[in-house]
Design a protein around this ligand. Structure first.
Ligand SMILES: [Fe+2]
Length: 307
């Protein structure tokens, strides 16, 4: 059959407790042993100790053992060693050092959530009432992990690992900078970006609608304005609304809603995005620290001294 989704990410950070508390506040549920869970897909984030922040592991769901065997053969063709087991395949992306695993696992089934009622010209879908978002009093809880974004010192090689090796598909490219890759119907589950050092740029978490993006970010920023990175805006690639915040280790975490879905590969035409379009469609201008996080120089120094 095929790959069907991003199952989990494991992040290494120097400050495990503080970072785990941040993601609990972000709306994930602590689930023991360093794990945090989403509302619809269970354990999707694991936080482990590491000297500097980094993505340690990314796991992807596959339908059956044939998918694993196919990926093992493809990885071997591009010269990447992999360990094939009965229900999993393990490999290490050679440029970033991120462990990537495929697991034979059931697909995540999300219940149908009715569309939020918004009034519009000639369309009173919400007669006689305030916006339903104002009746939401509980904390925003991300539904599922949407994507992870990897900075790579060789974005073409990292992209080849995911596409030619594992079987991800290219949804769009940012000219000479990176590629939006999917292993599900979502427009992207992995984005590979050219960077002077390999690092985790952000993880992104699905919420119900744009009101939840706003409500989630607003709650995180109350008394903690320094967590703000970039938002509210809408990306062109994937169409999703976004708001980026920063965790205590320096990783960005994104609330998103309304991502493009590609249910038939024939009906989607990948584009080579140039200029601002690769970044966003509308919103405030991205701060310089979005593209070049404040700790990038320190990570580069660390990367050099480690060799
Ligand atoms: Fe994102």
């Amino acid at each position: 059959m095929s790959l069907h989704g991003l199952r989990s990410v494991t992040i290494g950070v120097p400050n495990v407790e503080e970072t785990a508390a941040y993601y609990a506040e972000f709306g994930l549920t602590p689930d023991g042993d360093g794990w945090l869970s989403t509302a619809d897909a269970g354990r999707q984030l694991r936080i482990r100790p590491a000297p500097t922040r980094r993505l340690l592991e990314l796991r992807v769901g596959a339908d059956d053992a044939d998918d694993l065997a196919r990926a093992a053969a493809s990885l071997s063709r591009i010269g990447v060693p992999a360990q094939l087991r009965e229900a999993s395949l393990e490999a290490t992306e050679p440029v970033t050092g991120v462990r990537v695993g495929l697991d034979v696992a059931p697909r995540t089934r999300q219940e149908h959530v009715p569309a939020t009622s918004y009034n519009g010209p000639g369309r009173i879908d919400r007669p006689g009432g305030r916006a339903p978002a104002f009746a939401r009093s509980s904390r925003v809880r991300p539904r599922k992990l949407g994507h992870a974004v990897l900075g790579s010192t060789d974005h073409r090689a990292t992209t080849a690992f995911f596409v030619d090796g594992l079987g991800f598909k290219v949804s769009d490219r940012i000219k000479d900078v990176g590629a939006f890759l999917r292993c599900s119907a979502d427009h992207h589950n992995v984005l590979v970006l050219a960077a002077p050092v390999s690092f985790l740029h952000h993880t992104s978490w699905q919420v119900d609608d744009v009101d939840e993006v706003g409500r989630g970010a607003h709650a995180m920023l109350e008394n903690r304005p320094e967590r703000h990175v970039w938002g509210l805006g809408r990306h062109y690639a994937g169409s999703n609304f976004f708001w980026y915040l920063k965790d205590p280790a320096g990783n960005f975490s994104e609330y998103y809603s309304d991502m493009d879905c590609i249910v038939d590969d024939q009906l989607w035409t990948p584009e080579d995005l140039e200029g601002a379009r690769g970044l966003f469609a509308w919103g405030p201008p991205p701060p310089p620290s979005f593209l070049n996080p404040d700790d990038l120089a320190a990570m580069m120094t660390g990367a050099h001294s480690a060799r």
